[in-house]
Design a protein around this ligand. Structure first.
Ligand code: FAD
Length: 288
């Protein structure tokens, strides 16, 4: 099924992100994680591509495992360091496997990478155009409630986002954020600029104190005072921090839903127990 149809047909959606393993020998472990997560009936599951050193070749394998478990897969695809031929090979593979949904991304700029004249892709919108020109796929893109780290201003960031959406995106998934007000302001800016596709809110449950430092650095997102206090008080105690992080993420989602944000994507970090506890905390709301 296409993600855009799921978003249209269901009042509330909670979906999960997983990442593939770094080595082939770990593929069975990742599939076991997926089997466990499927029990919580996510609306769909996305699988990252080459992120944080994972092997891009395993993305389709994991997407297939998600599909085999009866859940709609959304396969991420990055283009910056790829050729047109490579991208089309991956698209052929996804098509052949009946994977209908792609999150079209530029990808982070690798360390020591130099843009060169032979480069085919420079920005995600070019990949969106490529996929859309083939037809058949439902295509999503990334957005940044607290501005993409390379953007010079909010105005610039939203203008580029509008161009990308106008290439034919069916939905957007947001970067993680911990302050819902940042998302509400971003949503308003999108409405003013007539970015009218569904915007899925990305939520990262922080279950240990080191994770938030890394996540905030990578994603440019602010840490609210309330969460800083939680870390100060519980950060040294892993099991307490985990519980507090799950509750914080659950409360964030409830507040979003109360404010009309009905589509949530959980960055699960491949932790089925964390995803499960959040889903339990939302059980009545999801089935409202
Ligand atoms: P773009 O939309 O191309 O934007 C990148 C920057 O370029 C922005 O600053 C934008 O304003 C600017 N820009 C866009 N168009 C133009 C233009 N025409 N001229 C000048 N500037 C322009 N990374 C992975 O490697 N694998 C993954 O699986 C992955 N999954 C992700 C999922 C989500 C939901 C998110 C939010 C991010 C994900 N990322 C992933 C990280 C992503 O690749 C990086 O954030 C990357 O730096 C930007 O990707 P993008 O698709 O947003 O790029």
């Amino acid at each position: 099924m296409k993600v855009k149809e799921i978003l249209k047909n269901k009042k509330v959606t909670v979906s999960f992100e997983v990442f593939p393993p770094k080595e082939w020998t770990k593929i069975a472990d990742t599939k076991a994680v997926i089997s466990e997560m499927i029990k919580d009936k996510p609306a769909f599951m996305s699988v990252t591509y080459g992120a944080a050193g994972t092997t891009s070749g395993f993305t389709t394998e994991i997407a297939n495992a998600i599909k085999a478990g009866g859940v709609t897969p959304l396969s991420h695809l990055t283009c910056l360091t790829s050729t047109k031929e490579k991208i089309n090979t991956v698209l052929d593979e996804l098509e052949a496997n009946g994977v209908e949904n792609i999150l079209a991304l530029r990808g982070d700029i690798p360390k020591d990478f130099v843009m060169n004249e032979n480069q085919y892709y420079h920005h995600a919108y070019e990949l969106v155009n490529e996929i859309k020109s083939r037809g058949g796929f439902c295509v999503g893109g990334a957005c940044y409630p607290e501005i993409h780290p390379e953007s010079s201003s909010r105005v610039e960031d939203i203008a580029r986002l509008k161009e990308k959406v106008d290439c034919g995106l069916d939905f957007l998934t947001s970067q993680m954020f911990f302050d819902n007000d940042a998302f509400y302001k971003f949503r308003e800016m999108c409405a003013i600029k007539e970015i009218n596709v569904p915007i899925i809110a990305g939520i990262m449950p922080i279950t240990n104190a080191n994770q938030i430092k890394r996540s905030a650095e990578l994603s440019n997102c602010t840490i609210p005072k309330k969460f800083e206090k939680i870390m100060e008080r519980f950060g040294e105690n892993p099991s307490v921090m985990k519980q507090a992080g799950i509750i914080y993420a659950t409360e964030q989602i409830i507040d979003l839903m109360a404010n009309g944000v009905n589509n949530i994507h959980i960055y699960t970090m491949n932790k089925p127990d964390v995803a499960h506890q959040i889903m339990e905390g939302l059980s009545a709301i999801i089935n409202e």
